[in-house]
Design a protein around this ligand. Structure first.
Ligand SMILES: C[S@@+](CC[C@H](N)C(=O)[O-])C[C@H]1O[C@@H](n2cnc3c(N)ncnc32)[C@H](O)[C@@H]1O
Length: 450
């Protein structure tokens, strides 16, 4: 039933009882039959909420102005930027262990609502990455834009305006270097901390805000956007550090250009690699030399983990970014000739969109090339139903999905479950402390009859 609502509540202050967390990080409350999404609330609180956005449907949105009954999980907001209205640390008012619980509820709820899966719990376990529960200073890569006075700022929530107060997510060494980098106004600033302790600060012209409509991002083709990204990647000027960013997991080392993807949380790569290693090692009925696909593989973090789990594995990394894929071959290790290099024997790279790879490559009627195990780690939008349906057809034993958005992960996993796959494990990783974002790792096994 469509909820007709004619009175605009914008500007009203409502006293509300806050219920559970919603997928976008707001908390849900109800008033006169409508849902009010509350920014800055916590389950169980009584709050006064200023309605700021009322689209006239069954819901509206607002921000908590004052808290009448305070949750025991409420803490002083750690992030000056968030306190000043930035869109960064939307959960920095929630004690970290409680925030992990709320994130687990979102994972479970999305599994049911979007994936049509029974996760067998109201709350999926969410753990700190590699036991690293520090709530601030965890980020090893961050971006700013400089304002008219050349100072670095972050974007205000739901706005292109800048907030000049510091966000607490980046490692303080990055913050210090960025604060003193004198790069002038209108620049995009990138700060990275390598695992060798080098701080890299680079800058280039900021992308000008485009008006909506003609010429907007939505209207530009994927190819045009990719060309623009490639040409901008060459634009970086370094204030400190240089174009080789060292990343390490265990004995392995990667040297990445600043544009190449790497997990932002200092402990996330180690945590996910360990989870992938375990999931691959325990895949049912695995041959000694299994075929494994590492889709959306970046610089081959998971390819390396797969080779550690099963040294005979034949791994194909599929990745659309040449900057990332180029770094697969820079991977080095402890010196063991068989396992030292993820790009050594047994690891192949394919520069392609996953969608194209699945259409073009390797599948035909040649069953020997079908993957025993697929590991996929798509960007926030997920892999999508067509990709998941194709994987459900071709993968033989196990699929490991690492997803940084609870809704798209649920949709992707739901497609596998609908195709007869069994969800063996679903857990969350608090890889974005102070925010509602959570990484989910799902392990699924093929139908037994395969
Ligand atoms: C979340 S990152 C994961 C990278 C890698 N697994 C890691 O953990 O370091 C997603 C990667 O997918 C790549 N990517 C995005 N869309 C893609 C597509 N349609 N096909 C192939 N790769 C894509 C991005 O360039 C990025 O490197």
């Amino acid at each position: 039933m469509t909820h007709e609502h004619t009175t605009d509540w914008t500007g009203r202050v409502l006293r509300l009882e806050v219920a559970g967390p919603a997928h976008g990080g707001e908390f849900v409350a109800r008033h006169e039959g409508r849902v009010v999404f509350c920014r800055g609330g916590i389950t169980g609180e009584t709050v006064d909420v200023l309605v700021e956005d009322d689209p006239g449907r069954a819901f509206c949105r607002g921000t908590v102005q004052s808290v009448i009954d305070v949750s025991p999980h409420r803490v002083e907001t750690a992030c000056p930027a968030a306190a000043a209205g930035a869109g960064c640390c939307d959960w920095s008012h929630i004690e970290p262990a409680a925030a992990r619980g709320f994130a687990g509820r979102i994972l479970a709820e999305q599994a049911v609502r979007i994936g049509r899966i029974d996760p067998r719990a109201d709350e999926i376990p969410v753990e700190a990455p590699a036991g690293d529960a520090t709530a601030t200073g965890w980020r090893t890569v961050a971006r700013w834009v400089t304002g008219p006075d050349g100072r670095p700022g972050v974007r205000r929530a739901r706005s292109r305006d800048l907030v000049m107060e510091p966000c607490v997510q980046p490692d303080p060494r990055i913050l210090d270097a960025v604060t003193v980098a004198d790069v002038g106004p209108g620049r995009e600033l990138l700060g990275l901390l390598g695992d060798d302790g080098t701080v890299h600060v680079a800058h280039r012209p900021a992308v000008r805000d485009e008006p909506r409509g003609q010429g907007s991002r939505a209207r530009r083709s994927a190819a045009t956007r990719a060309r623009a990204r490639r040409s901008r990647a060459a634009d970086w000027e370094f204030v400190t550090g240089g174009p080789d960013v060292v990343r390490r997991v265990g004995e392995r080392e990667w040297r990445l250009p600043p544009e190449a993807f790497w997990q932002a949380h200092r402990s996330a790569a180690t945590h996910y690699a360990s989870a992938v290693r375990t999931a691959v090692a325990q895949a049912p009925g695995l041959p000694d030399e299994p075929v494994v696909w590492d889709l959306y593989g970046g610089a081959g973090l998971f390819a390396a983990a797969v080779r550690e789990a099963v040294p005979g594995a034949d791994v194909t990394v599929v990745e659309s970014s040449s900057a990332s894929l180029g770094a697969v071959s820079t991977t080095s290790g402890s010196g063991d000739p068989d396992t030292a290099s993820a790009a050594g024997p047994g690891v192949h790279t394919v520069r392609s969109r996953v969608e194209t790879f699945l259409e073009d490559h390797a599948l035909d009627a040649d069953a020997r090339r079908a993957p025993d195990v697929v590991v996929l780690d798509p960007p926030r939008g997920g892999a999508g139903i067509p990709v998941m349906q194709r994987l459900a057809e071709v993968a033989r034993s196990r699929i490991v999905h690492v997803g940084c958005d609870a809704a798209s992960l649920a949709r992707d996993v739901g497609a596998l479950v609908a195709a007869g796959w069994t969800l063996t494990d679903l857990r969350g990783v608090a890889a974005f402390p102070g925010t509602h974002h959570v990484e989910g790792i799902a392990v699924l096994d093929a139908p037994v009859a395969r």
